[in-house]
Each structure stands twice: as C-alpha cells, then as structure tokens.
Design a protein around this ligand. Sequence first.
Ligand code: HEM
Length: 408
Amino acid sequence: MTSTEESLTTLDGSFPFPREPLDPPAVYRYMRAERPVVRVTLWNGKPAWLISRYDDVRAILTDPRVSADQTQPGFPNMLADIPDDQVSFLRMDPPRHLVFRKLLNKNFIIRKIDAMRPDLQRLVDDHIDAMLGAQDRRADLVASLALPVPSTVISWILGVSTEDREYFNNKTEETLQGLNPADPDAFARSLRGLTELRDYIEKIVRHKAEQEDPGDDILGQLVSAARAGEISIGDAINSGHLLIIAGHDTTASMTALGTLTLLQHPDQTDELRRDPSLIPAAVEELLRYLTVVHLIVARVAAEDIEIGGQVIPAGEAIFPLNLSANRDDAHFPDADSFDIHRNARDHFAFGYGIHQCLGQALARVELQIIFETLIRRVPTLKLAVPVDQVPFKLFSPINGVFELPVRW
Ligand code: HEM
C-alpha cells in the first residue's frame, strides 16, 4: 500500500488511531497536508471531527461556539461517562468554569510556585539519593523518581496524606487505562477506579467540612468556598478529584518520557549539563515534542462552525489535536526533530484558551528541577533495556510508560 492508501485506511478505522510509542500516529502528517479538518468515527461508533493544523487548533480552542461541557450529548468522553453532577470544571463552560479558575488560581501563580523551589529541590534530591543507593546500580525511574515527586507535591498542596500516594497512583492508573482493546475488563476497571478515587476525595472533603477551620490547603479552600456559598460541596469534591489526577500522572509521564528522550539525544543532554541555563527552554521543547496529554483535549460544537472549508454541525464532537499541532512544520520548522535550541514556548502541550492547564507553572518548575538535578547528579544514566522493551502506555489519553528501567 502507498502511504496515502495507508492513511486513508487509517482514517476509515476508528479513532483513537494506533501509534508508535514515541511518535504521533503517522496519519496526522497526512491529515495536516491533505485533510486538516476531517470527520471520523470514534471507538464508540459516534462521529467526531479531527483538527490537525496548529492555526486551526488555536482557532478552535479560542472559539466561543466550541464547548467543553461534558453534559452535552455529542461530547466525546474518552473515559467512562460520569454522572452530570460529578463533572469537574475541566468539562464546564463559562461563566461557571471561571468561578473555579478564580478560586484556585492563587495556588498556581508563579510567585507561589517559585517559593516552593527549595522544598522541591530537597524532594528531588532525596529521591535521587535513595535511587543511587541501589547496590546493583539499577532502578525503575518511574517508581523511584517520576511518580513519587509529583505525587508528593500534589499531596502537599491539596491537603491529602503523602502516605496515600500508592493508593491514588494505582486508582489513577486504573482510571486512565480504560481504552485498552486487548483487555476486556479495562473499561469496567477504569470506571471502578474513577469512582473509588472520588470516594477517597469525598471522605477527606467531608472530614474537612466537619472542622471549624478546614485549613488553607486546596481542599480546605474549596470547603471554605462551599461554606461561603460560592460552590457546592459536590463541586469541591469534583475539583479535588480532577486535581489529584491531573496533578501527578501528567508530570510523571513527562518526567519518564522526557528522560528517555534526553537519553536518546546525548549531545544535547551534554550541552544541558555544561550549561544549565538552557534547561527551561529544553523543558518547553520536551513538552512540545512529547505532548503527553493529548486525547483529554476534547470539545463539542455548540453551533455550526465553518473551518478549513468544512462545516462542523452543532452537536458533533471535535478533537483539536494538540499532539498534531505541536508537530506542524508550518509552525515549528522540522517539527519531528527534537531541538533544545528552538523556541517552543508557544506549544499546546498545556492546551490553549480558557482551559489551558491550571498547574502549568508548577509542572514547569518540577520538570526543570528534576531534569537539571538528574543530568547533573547521574551523568552516567542509561536505559537498562533496549528501547523496544520499555512498556509504553499505548492506550492511555496521557502518553507514558509503566516502567523505565535505568542503570548508571
Ligand atoms: C507536564 C504536566 C502537565 C501537562 C502536560 C498538562 C496538560 C494539560 C492540558 C493539555 C490541559 C487542557 C485540557 C483541555 O483543554 O481540555 C490541562 C488542564 C488542566 N490541568 Fe494540566 N497538565 C500538566 C500538569 C498539571 C498539574 C501539575 C496540575 C495541577 C496541580 C494540572 C491541573 C490541570 C487542571 C485543573 C486543568 C483544567 C483546567 C481548566 O479546565 O480550566 N495539570 N492540563
């Protein structure tokens, strides 16, 4: 088959499309060139429109006729459908969505995150010390660094016990693995994981709600806002539920895949070791190149929308493909190559528009500290297995690996 025939066959199949572990589905390149706005069939048999060019993705993500409201009938939920009263602000439109952003924003402003740097540095150093203690000079980087660091940080700021880390890590993993076609139980397990994690957050929120002073951590702030009548207790639980998932698996995946990418580009990694002032730009490039959070960015047309010569009818699903936009040569020349010297700052790895990632300042600082410290302290770091033996998460709406075996 020619590559055009292969692309057309893929487009006739169901979305999400199969892909290579470290690269977007090959068909995205064809779509950007030939079918930038294309109607496909979802895994559940419903229709959806895929938007693949950078400029079109930006237009869709800022178009007020495009809705993120999960309770709309055409909304393409990648994970299990949840009851309407359990929907978080990730899946709300203005003006309600803005209530939550205003309430939570103060926790994620750059000044606040910068003040956490010494604690974050200590946390990263402690985990690297423990990792380097391994007699056989081998470790799983996911278990020893990538997962515990952001999980501990989200525990601190949310106000949940760091000892519950393993529990919420496991429940999040179950939740996010619901799309694996090779595992017939995956969907049911995903729904169960989602429910159990919500129950866990609900217990903590209700406990705080019984206290005279619910505290100044995020769950405490949400309880106070519920007392003040700004939101409901259900809203507080839903927000905590969103934050505990969004706050650790994302950064953990970026850490693991980012480390793998750096190991595959030793010359650029040497340059970063010699000149750590390049780290912030390198983190932006890793975010762009990997775009780990992709199938989460989903929308539905609230009105008929004309784009790229097509009309997306009201009520139909839209996927503005941030993973494709970030590999669009028209915006990032030679986009498939990893280059820490490019200006990648206007990537869509954190989305764009009103739902752009609330935790991006925190994620950036965590990643900067992790990569700077790892490169400096473990200069001989290597993969411990051939890359094709790394267990990649191929069916998750957040790209990542289950394990990253390393040695030094
Ligand atoms: C490298 C790490 C991260 C990546 C790549 C990432 C990516 C994203 C993306 C793409 C969106 C937009 C979703 C959409 O438009 O539908 C988003 C939203 C969000 N992220 Fe992140 N995220 C990361 C880390 C974090 C962290 C650390 C937190 C919290 C502590 C967080 C909290 C959120 C929240 C609450 C939203 C919803 C915002 C809204 O709907 O207004 N994220 N993230």
